[in-house]
Structure formats: structure tokens, C-alpha cells
Design a protein around this ligand. Structure first.
Ligand code: GDP
Ligand code: MG
Length: 177
């Protein structure tokens, strides 16, 4: 929560983003009046009648039914981690565990937000923590500002390149989850 998910989808989407927000019932955790309860939806239209459909799903309700649907249907995930949170590395690890299959398919990049406010932990520390638990995983990790369209496009492009490489070369040599 507060990682900038709604902001990120708004930065990327070419259509008016459909957002469902409601009162924040966890103001003790992040003090903002509203937070995403259901999802944010945005689209990027590609040339040949293809679209990238982006679904922003909230982190604080980790066992929401939306997760179950998107887990099986999503091709990739940009995992936004709020570096100004209590334990951002533990947050990342919990999500990687929950989206294990997606991660092993090469469909995940981690974007660490609010790093200009909270510079620690560094991306190196994120990477080391991840390597300790999942030594066989290669997950691109970078700091980004979800308010920046350029930076979000870079994250998305990295994700797409990862996925296309898997599609081209298969998962040969990649250990299964
Ligand atoms: N300073 C700073 N503000 C950010 C960053 N990412 C998001 N925000 C701001 O944090 C607030 C919450 O973002 P929001 O997209 O609603 O978070 P969500 O709960 O993940 O959907 C907004 O005012 C954003 O502009 C960041 O990297 N740095
Ligand atoms: Mg939101």
C-alpha cells in the first residue's frame, strides 16, 4: 500500500484508468485517506490490434480472490515495493513466494519506489535477499518513481523482454518452481 500502484498505471495507461478506491481502513499503516481496494485497470494499445492490459491489485489483501484470478491469467507482474515501509525486503519476498510460478516463468520485475525518501535498503540488498531464498531466480530489480512515465515504461519493457526471451528460448536450463 502506498507503493504507487495507481500512480504507475495512470502513468502508463493510454485510456482513462478505471480505479476503485475506498476509505483506507489501515490508516495506522499508511496515512492516506483512500487506498485501492479492488483494482486499477489501464491499457496500452499496441500497433496490430493488440493491447497490454494492466491490472493493479492491492498488496494489503493478499488473499483476495483477484489474486487467484490474476495468478493464473497474468503474463507478467511489476511488483512495486514501497521502500518507505516497515520491512520492504520481507514484503518483496512474501510476494515472490505468492507469485512463485509467475516469477519462475520470468514474468516479474521488482520496482522499488519511494527510494528518494527511503534510500535503504538498496537494490543490492534486495537482490541478495532474493538470491538467498531463490538462488535460481533472475528477477530484475530497480528503483523507480511510479510518477515517471519513462521509468514505468522501462520497467514494463524489461518485463516484456524477459517474457519474449522465454518465449523464444523456452525455459531450458531454468529450474522449475
Ligand atoms: N515521493 C514519492 N512519492 C511517490 C512515489 N511513488 C508514489 N508516490 C506518491 O505516493 C502516493 C500514493 O500513491 P498511490 O499510487 O495512490 O499508491 P497505491 O496505494 O500503491 O495505489 C501518491 O501521492 C504518489 O504520487 C515515489 O517513488 N516517491
Ligand atoms: Mg491505489
Amino acid at each position: 500500500m502506498g507503493a504507487g500502484m495507481t500512480t504507475a498505471i495512470k502513468a502508463l495507461s493510454e485510456i482513462e484508468v478505471v480505479s476503485t478506491e475506498a476509505n483506507n481502513s489501515e490508516r495506522d499503516v499508511v496515512d492516506k485517506p483512500t487506498t485501492t481496494v479492488a483494482l486499477d485497470y489501464g491499457e496500452i494499445v499496441l500497433s496490430n490490434d493488440e493491447k497490454i492490459r494492466m491490472y493493479g491489485i492491492p498488496g494489503q489483501r493478499r488473499f483476495d480472490f483477484m489474486w487467484a484470478i490474476l495468478k493464473t491469467r497474468a503474463e507478467g507482474m511489476v511488483l512495486l515495493v514501497n521502500n518507505d515501509a516497515e520491512n520492504p525486503i520481507a514484503e518483496m519476498l512474501a510476494f515472490v513466494e505468492d507469485f512463485r510460478e509467475l516469477c519462475y516463468k520470468g514474468g516479474v520485475v521488482v520496482g522499488v519506489s519511494r527510494s528518494e525518501i527511503a534510500p535503504q535498503p538498496t537494490t543490492g540488498e534486495f537482490a541478495r535477499a532474493l538470491a538467498e531464498v531463490h538462488p535460481e531466480l533472475t528477477v530484475p530489480i530497480f528503483t523507480l518513481d511510479p510518477r515517471s512515465k519513462d521509468q514505468m515504461q522501462m520497467a514494463l519493457l524489461t518485463l516484456i523482454v524477459n517474457l519474449e526471451m522465454r518465449e523464444t528460448f523456452g525455459e531450458a536450463g531454468v529450474q522449475q518452481a
